[in-house]
Design a protein around this ligand. Sequence first.
Ligand SMILES: Nc1ncnc2c1ncn2[C@@H]1O[C@H](COP(=O)(O)OP(=O)(O)OP(=O)(O)O)[C@@H](O)[C@H]1O
Length: 239
Amino acid sequence: MNQPFIKRAVIEWEKIGQDSYLRRIPALEGLEALEFDAPVTCFVGENGSGKSTLLEAMAIAAGFNPEGGSRNYHFSTYDSHSELWRALRLVRGYKKPSWGYFLRAESFYNVATREEEYADFLHPSEKYHEKSHGESFLAVAQKYLTPGGLYFLDEPEAALSPQRQLTLLMEIFQCARQGAQFFMVSHSPILLGLPGARILSFDDGEVHPCAYEETESYQVMEMFINSRELLLKKLLKDL
Ligand SMILES: Nc1ncnc2c1ncn2[C@@H]1O[C@H](COP(=O)(O)OP(=O)(O)OP(=O)(O)O)[C@@H](O)[C@H]1O
């Protein structure tokens, strides 16, 4: 296996206020440390279980802008990130990433705007605002994902068709095989199926390893596709 850039994340709870909402997120409240030994680590779990909070804190602690982009992006449109990053200590491997990107669906519009402002003669804009949401997401992935990089992806499937999710899966797989490290929040049964990915579930009040087939994303999708009529009959009978 490639040497990870980030081997461990440790939460120093004494640096977090006693009244902070972070102490009321069940999966996070008892969490002291997480080990990362795979090139791709996926965070899965129910809405509101704390996945993005941890991913965002890790990305900021690794030097990225809270709203996303590369490490060269420095802007703030809306200050909504949590204080977790201040309490997060990342234990790094001996290798340093050559590049990196923090891709988040919810603030990509702001990153796209900033990309146009940062553009110059030598670095022309990709004009993401002139592409569809999905087209621009995949264009970012294809431009910025490179072997040897460190990547934080927050629900990258949000704008992508199933076909393009497969394309993204191939890009991630290829980069991860050549030394890149990925942390990804996802609900996509396609992206979570990435060979070799280590899946951490935030459900049931603790962060714990989870097999692909045990993820809700897989189970619900499988049930829907294989037993659609039965499932819908049950769900809709009293409506
Ligand atoms: N500024 C805030 N103040 C209080 N609570 C917050 C704040 N930001 C987030 N939360 C709460 O923290 C919890 C974790 O949110 P988070 O965005 O990490 O969830 P998530 O697992 O990524 O969910 P999703 O799958 O919906 O993106 C949620 O219950 C959310 O309401």
